[in-house]
Every structure is written in structure tokens, then in C-alpha cells.
Write a protein that binds this ligand. Structure first.
Ligand code: C2E
Ligand code: CA
Ligand code: CA
Ligand code: CA
Length: 272
């Protein structure tokens, strides 16, 4: 029993060490990835429900690892957030996507808006506001064509600090969205104080609305509440024609999802 006990400790040590080593390796790889063109933004269309037109695109970062291939942002964004690397990556995303969308707008005469995700660490970075200002100035993208998405949980972590940064961003003229709405615990009063423009209903609320009256009623009440405080409502994760029809009927303003378009490299999205 004694030997088994010691063996177990060794087993756990090895497993833990391997996990930590993989993490360190991935972190180092991510550091290199920023400088070697392995990170690139995919763009998912955002569709206006009354007209059916594409009115914007959300930039979703992709990592093509030289050995492991596609690594999901669900894995590498949290890794970047633990290591301050997120600030560097975030600035790259801002520069690259504003440049790409500004040139698409002028080349094609499209009035397209760009949505960029911000992580909570970026809200704490004093360089964030200047970085946004620089990206706009350098590319000529109108501030009103940029919408920054911040998750509900990020906003609620330090509400007072968040409100201050959001006010500074807002003074640049950009729009602000609360992302993944419904997954946190924010109240209507908090939302009002933050003076946002857009509310994105999390995919978990959209899945199944076509089959459940209760699920649809919840989404209907989120839309009503958001409209009451003057927010534009975007539904995420629309995967079927039935969900789309129902959201239109409920008065939702805009939608995204595989049914409307998957995230694609800019060249592919605009080849059509
Ligand atoms: P998010 O901002 O909530 O983005 C929506 C996610 O849902 C994306 O996953 C998108 O590809 C996926 N999606 C879109 N439509 C559908 C659908 O119809 N069905 C399903 N099942 N999924 C759909 P993705 O691209 O893997 O990104 C995951 C998360 O990583 C994002 O969630 C966002 O929080 C984060 N992320 C991505 N790019 C960036 C970035 O540039 N900066 C930061 N800070 N975070 C990012
Ligand atoms: Ca988002
Ligand atoms: Ca989301
Ligand atoms: Ca999400």
C-alpha cells in the first residue's frame, strides 16, 4: 500500500509537470505567433433582420500553429490573458482589422461596421484608449464604424473601473456592446449606468427557441428590456431558419450565426 501511495504521487507529479510544460510551450509559441503571422482574424457577418443585409462583421481571432494546426481562441485567449500577452495580441487585432475593414469599405463602397472583442485585461491596460485612437487615425475608419465588445462578466468584475474606461472609449466616438449577455448577473440598473449601445444575447439563450415557448419568452423579454433602455439587440449563434424567423418576429435587430455565415478569412467572405 505504501509503494502504491508513493507511485501515485509520482504519477500526479508527472501529469502535472507535463500539463505545465505544455502550457509553457504554448505560451512561448503564442509569443512567437504574434510576430510570425500565425494569428489572423476571421470575420463573421452580422445581419440586419428587417432588411436581411450584412451590416457588419465580427473579428474572431484564429491561430494556425505550425505543428498543431488550428488552435481555438477558447484555448489560446485565456492563455494570453494569464500572461499579459493579451495586450499585445489585442493591439494587433485592432490594427489589423481596422486596416482591413477600412480598405474594404473604401474599395467596395460598403457601409460595414467592425466588431472587435476586448478582454478584461485590455480594459485594465492604460494603452488601450491610445491604441484604439491610433488605429482609427491610421486607417481612417470612422469611429462610429467600430464597435467594441466586452463580456458581461468582464464589465461586472470591477464595475467602477470598467465604467471609466468605457467612458474614455465612448469619447472617441466608438460604439460599445455587452457580449454574452445572460451568462452573468448584471442588472438593468447597471446596464443603464454603463451607457452601452448594443446587447448581444448569448448563444445559449438562442439555441432551442424554435422548440420551446419558455425559451422564446425569455428571449422576448430580454429584447423588450434592452429596447426599453435604447439598446440595439443582436442574437448570437443562430443556426436554423426557424430561429431566424422567430427572432425577426420578436423584433430582434440583428443576428449572427452559422445559418447566416461562418467566420471566414476576409478574402473568402468578400469573394461572394
Ligand atoms: P464570442 O465573442 O462570444 O464569439 C462567438 C463565438 O461563437 C465564436 O467562437 C464564433 O465562431 C462562434 N459562433 C458563431 N456563430 C455560431 C453558431 O451559429 N453556432 C455555434 N456553435 N457557434 C457559433 P470562436 O471564434 O471560437 O471564439 C470564441 C471566443 O474567443 C469568442 O467568443 C471571444 O470571447 C474570444 N475571442 C475571439 N477572438 C478574440 C479577440 O480578437 N480578442 C479577444 N479578447 N477575444 C476573442
Ligand atoms: Ca463577441
Ligand atoms: Ca458572444
Ligand atoms: Ca462567448
Amino acid at each position: 500500500a505504501k509503494a502504491l501511495g508513493r507511485g501515485r504521487y509520482e504519477f500526479f507529479d508527472v501529469a502535472l509537470r507535463e500539463r505545465m510544460q505544455r502550457r509553457l510551450r504554448m505560451e512561448q509559441d503564442l509569443r512567437d505567433a504574434v510576430h510570425s503571422g500565425q494569428l489572423w482574424p476571421a470575420y463573421q457577418p452580422v445581419v440586419d433582420l428587417p432588411t436581411g443585409e450584412m451590416v457588419g462583421v465580427e473579428a474572431l481571432l484564429r491561430w494556425t500553429h505550425p505543428v498543431h494546426g488550428a488552435v481555438s481562441p477558447a484555448e489560446f485567449i485565456p492563455l494570453a490573458e494569464e500572461s499579459e500577452l493579451i495586450n499585445e495580441i489585442g493591439k494587433f487585432v485592432l490594427r489589423d482589422t481596422t486596416r482591413e475593414v477600412a480598405s474594404l469599405r473604401s474599395a467596395r463602397g460598403l457601409d460595414l461596421s467592425l466588431k472587435v472583442n476586448l478582454s478584461v485585461r485590455q480594459l485594465e491596460d492604460p494603452q488601450l484608449v491610445p491604441a484604439v485612437r491610433d488605429a482609427l487615425a491610421t486607417t481612417g475608419l470612422p469611429p462610429s464604424a467600430l464597435c467594441l465588445e466586452v463580456t458581461e462578466s468582464a464589465l461586472m468584475r470591477d464595475e467602477v473601473a470598467a465604467a471609466e474606461v468605457l467612458a474614455a472609449l465612448r469619447s472617441l466616438g466608438v460604439l460599445l456592446a455587452i457580449d454574452d449577455f445572460g451568462t452573468g448577473y448584471s442588472s438593468l440598473a447597471q446596464l443603464r449606468r454603463l451607457t452601452l449601445d448594443t446587447l448581444k444575447i448569448d448563444r445559449s439563450f438562442i439555441t432551442g427557441i424554435a422548440d420551446s415557448r419558455d425559451a422564446a419568452a425569455i428571449v422576448a423579454s430580454i429584447i423588450a428590456m434592452a429596447h426599453a433602455v435604447g439598446l440595439t439587440v443582436v442574437a448570437e449563434g443562430v443556426e436554423t431558419a426557424e430561429e431566424l424567423a422567430l427572432l425577426r418576429q420578436l423584433g430582434c435587430d440583428q443576428a449572427q450565426g452559422y445559418h447566416l455565415g461562418r467566420p471566414l478569412p476576409a478574402a473568402e467572405l468578400f469573394a461572394q
